[in-house]
Design a protein around this ligand. Sequence first.
Ligand SMILES: [Zn+2]
Ligand SMILES: [Zn+2]
Length: 363
Amino acid sequence: MAVSRAVTINLEEPDDESKLTLMEKWRKHVEKKRKEGHDAKVGICVVTSLLAFQIPSQLIIFLYYIIPTLFIEYSPWVQYYLKVFIVFCCLEFCANYLCVRLYDTMYRTTRDNPQPKEIHERWRNPPEKFVPLHPNRNGTPNGHVEDNHGGLPWTYCDVCELKIPPRTHHCYFCKACILKRDHHCFMVGTCIGHKNQRYFVVMAFWTMVCGLFGGVFTFVYIKHLHWPFAPWTDFFLPLTIYRTLWHGSIPLHIGLMIYHLHMEFLFGALGTFYFISQMLIISQGKTLYELTKEVPVKSSNSVNSNYVSVFGNFWGLNFIFPMQILFQQKDDGVKWEGVKLDHNANCEKQVKYSDKRSSIKTV
Ligand SMILES: [Zn+2]
Ligand SMILES: [Zn+2]
């Protein structure tokens, strides 16, 4: 494995912004916001208010309109079980949403985990045994790592000035280092990492169930009781809101249902995407961060062991009840058994990285 000093490259930005494509302008804007430490509190307020309105109103609509109307020919027990199921789905979503928000997955120094002063200097001026980490997508290296013979290395966060465990990465939105950072979720308003990923996946699962199940039943109700007598423009959301609240041509509960229909399919699609993608990524023993940043991490653990690492033993039970107390996660967020740097992938990337460096120098 090649050993060299860590280097920093500043790619020169083009002076003329008009030459940038729309996507490049968007990336530049996002990067600028990330560096400024964009505050996510506005997003949290919007999503919390949305959920505080969406969940109770959806429950009322289902319990008092949709189930009694669509299942009028069935026995009262069928209606009763369906109502219990709807309430159970909402409780599952709310419980896991709260767990995602409340379980702190940040990495901090504590009395048991002090940060010696010399660490800062040592990581600023690394000795020869430090190797440059693979470059980011834009070609700049994203730090340097200590060669510890194949095991996942500790790195250093320049923002927090902390030596941080393997797979921990800084989040500019949370303004902290996150243990086994997966991604920052704007819907929940926090980072998804080692301690709250299990709840995030279960929340995505129940979002998918609530969204798709609710969407189909709402659609059937509207199709039978409103669609035959209504113009198609009633289903255009801004007009729906206007005609419900000001014009009065759409009854309040129907207006709410048309609004719910849009939100249910939106949340259902988002939940399906996140649930399936997270389960696939976890099965490989990786994180979304490692996939998108092309961190060459390789897990030799079995698929079941990778799920146990995130959910704890009997991981399927998490989808019925949060199991944090009974079945804790296998890993502590610092040591990662069976997960190593993929040296072959790393070497390939380092060759590409060297090529890019020489091309920059010759310009
Ligand atoms: Zn940090
Ligand atoms: Zn974050």
